[in-house]
Write a protein that binds this ligand. Structure first.
Ligand code: SAM
Length: 174
């Protein structure tokens, strides 16, 4: 009985932590938009791509498959989505792809040249952009699907329509 009770308490704590650390709920990027992102992504073999909150891994796996010479990393905080991502990687046999399970906000941005995010505007404004400004190299591109950037950043942003009527906004650190 006490074992069951401890188990339930642990699950509640984990759910709370997941909620507290999460910067966006899981809503996957649509297939047409992933194709558009692939069009827009000009990644060189020596460059690396990071997806913040990679969900079930569909975006980063697809891009890694299309760019086998570059490195791709997806970070996801929700355990079952992380497990689905690992299965995807396993079945597609992708050696240039890595998934991590933890708070993406703790990842150092400096080693990435391309960063993709599908998070709410508040999370982009309050967490992603300040961290990008502090850590990322000049020229690093931040791709935001659906949600744009605050006004004061717009002079560094280009926006492109996707077939499903959402935009991909690309911010370049200068
Ligand atoms: C809107 S979904 C987008 C999923 C995926 N990027 C896609 O485009 O299909 C946002 C994802 O970010 C994850 N997430 C939210 N906060 C996070 C954090 N602090 N660290 C890692 N992942 C996080 C959520 O669990 C969710 O899977």
């Amino acid at each position: 009985m006490s074992l069951l009770f401890s188990f339930i308490i642990i699950i509640i704590i984990l759910l709370f932590l997941r909620w507290a650390l999460s910067l966006a709920p899981w809503v996957p990027t649509r297939k047409e938009a992933i194709f558009r992102l692939w069009d827009l992504l000009d990644i060189k073999p020596w460059e690396s791509f990071l997806e913040l909150g990679s969900g079930d891994g569909r975006v980063v796996s697809f891009l890694a498959k299309k760019n086998p010479e570059s490195q791709f990393i997806g970070i996801e905080i929700v355990p079952y989505l992380y497990v689905v991502s690992l299965l995807r990687k396993y079945f597609w046999k992708q050696s240039n792809l890595e998934f991590k399970i933890w708070n993406a906000f703790k990842e150092d941005f400096w080693r990435y040249t391309h960063i993709f995010v599908f998070w709410l505007p508040e999370s982009i404004r309050d967490t992603v952009l300040p961290k990008l400004e502090k850590e990322a190299k000049i020229g690093t591109k931040l791709y935001s699907y659906a949600f744009s950037f605050p006004k004061e950043y717009m002079h560094k942003v280009e926006s492109f329509w996707t077939p499903n009527e959402q935009k991909i906004h690309i911010y370049t650190k200068k």
